[in-house]
Design a protein around this ligand. Structure first.
Ligand SMILES: [Ca+2]
Length: 104
């Protein structure tokens, strides 16, 4: 039996694939990009905060501010903080009168 070529009716009535709404695809891609950028920014900010307060970066003798342990030995005119809490060893000697307040 000879194979017949498809008629024009058969060609036009074929089921098409799923219709894609490209506006929705664009919104999805845009939303995803925004989420990724936001996640990267938040991660970067959190890493910066951790670095500023990480042990070894901030001396425990000055718990309310972040001053690195010596060396170098710092003086009050070399730090931006005034009247901050001092506990323990005070390696920079910011609290010479030992009243618990540094750089008065
Ligand atoms: Ca003092």
């Amino acid at each position: 039996m000879k194979k017949q070529p498809p008629s024009i009716e058969n060609i036009t009535s074929r089921p098409r694939g799923p219709r894609v709404n490209y506006a929705n695809v664009k919104m999805f891609v845009l939303f995803t990009v925004i989420l990724v950028v936001l996640a990267l920014v938040l991660t970067a900010c959190k890493k910066k905060d951790i670095a500023a307060t990480a042990p070894g970066k901030c001396d425990r003798s000055y718990p309310t501010v972040c001053i690195p342990p010596p060396p170098p030995d710092l003086d009050c005119n070399q730090v931006k903080f005034r009247r901050f809490k001092v506990v323990g060893a005070d390696p920079h000697h910011f609290d010479r009168d030992r009243d618990g307040v540094g750089c008065e």
